[in-house]
Design a protein around this ligand. Sequence first.
Ligand code: UD1
Ligand code: CA
Length: 454
Amino acid sequence: MSLSIVILAAGQGKRMNSKLPKVLQPLAGVPLLGHVLTTTKHLSAQHVHVVYGHGGEQVRAVINDPSVNWVLQAQQLGTGHALAQAMPHIADDQTVLVLYGDVPLTRAQTLQPLLDAVAQGSVGLLSVKLADPTGYGRIVRDNAGRVVRIVEHKDANTKERGIDEANTGLLAAKASHLKQWLAQLKNDNAQGEYYLTDIVTMAVRDGVNVEAVLAPSEAEVLGVNDKIQLAEVESHLRSWRAKDLMQQGATLADPARIDIRGEVTVGKDVFIDVNVVFVGRVHLADGVRIGPNCYLKDTQIGEGTELFSNCVTDQVVIGPQCHIGPFARLRPEAKLADHVHIGNFVEVKKSQIGSGSKANHLTYIGDAVVGSGVNIGAGTITVNYDGANKWQTVIEDNVFVGSGSMLIAPVTIGAGANTGAGSTITKDAPAGKLTLARSKQVTIEGWKRPTKKS
Ligand code: UD1
Ligand code: CA
């Protein structure tokens, strides 16, 4: 049977106190709804429908996923009403899995038993045992332990409120069944809503078995209604991702002080100090060490390289055995070969730096091709921008750039050349020679310091 997933996401999320719709609130840098959509990819759904509400245009624009069919629920009349809006788009022979846009941490393998239940002719519900189930619908079972109905907290009597098995809201059923049952929903309940949960009674009435499958952990079914719950799910996700890195072999100075807003892969014997933020795709090869307070986005780092504290990298490839930082900034398209040293307050953008080259202090390298064995003195700037266009600087192998050099691009410093400290190099400097470009030092005889007028 092929699978259609319906994500209910029309709720307003007033308790977020935010201009951003609830399902767009970021969790590990990705909108809540984005996490749910990622789960649907792991279940290889044939169709994904998202039920969105008033003002949901922003949600559609931000998510911008062409595989999603967007279904408008103009008025929020309850979860049953929400699902009913999607049903005309779903063929009778489909299995339907209902997810919530604000429940981001459920894994595909946790949902699989619900689909298996449907394959065997049942309705599958995901339930969870809660120490405090206040506010949740409760799973009511008969003496034989069979699920007979779900009662919402607001409609439940004292005995029913004592049940600790709560409804997560996530369920799966045959489309043909759902169409039949949703058409019969009434809103004669405490909230005046069309409850999706009422289909359980109808299933039982029609002789369809209802199987409640317990979620493996509470964290996986947590819903996000306010910023406090958002921080809670963030902390669960952080801890899972940190554990995953440790299982890959990384040593974390403190698993509670690492943020992974993307996909990180590591080799063996990697060490990551506190307060490191990873964004996008990051790979750290064997033996890489990352110092405290680094921010790494879309970065690949080769074997044995060390980043000292407070480095920022973005779209960068760093080779093996390099020393970077502290306080280095590597910007998009910086590509460093092996044994490169980039020191404090050095910025590198759209440049290649060859094997063993060094820029240890206070330098800007932009739009440059730097060979191997080059030493770039403190305070050097590749002057790449003329106010309209960017130009390239080429520094060939074994060049020694004197401190405080301005290299006015386009310009080439030939192999083995030296530039004198403080030079402003506007023309190509020949290989193997010392080039100086600065005015002669003069001392003015008889000059006096100005004094204050009385
Ligand atoms: C629902 C369940 C309850 C369960 C709880 C788990 C029903 C009647 N109750 O209750 O048994 O314990 O979830 O959190 O289903 N939504 C819409 N349109 C609507 C109403 C809701 O799209 O008209 C969406 C919301 O955006 C949300 C989801 O459905 O993603 C759940 O809605 P919510 O109001 O939180 O349901 P509860 O009343 O908490
Ligand atoms: Ca809720």
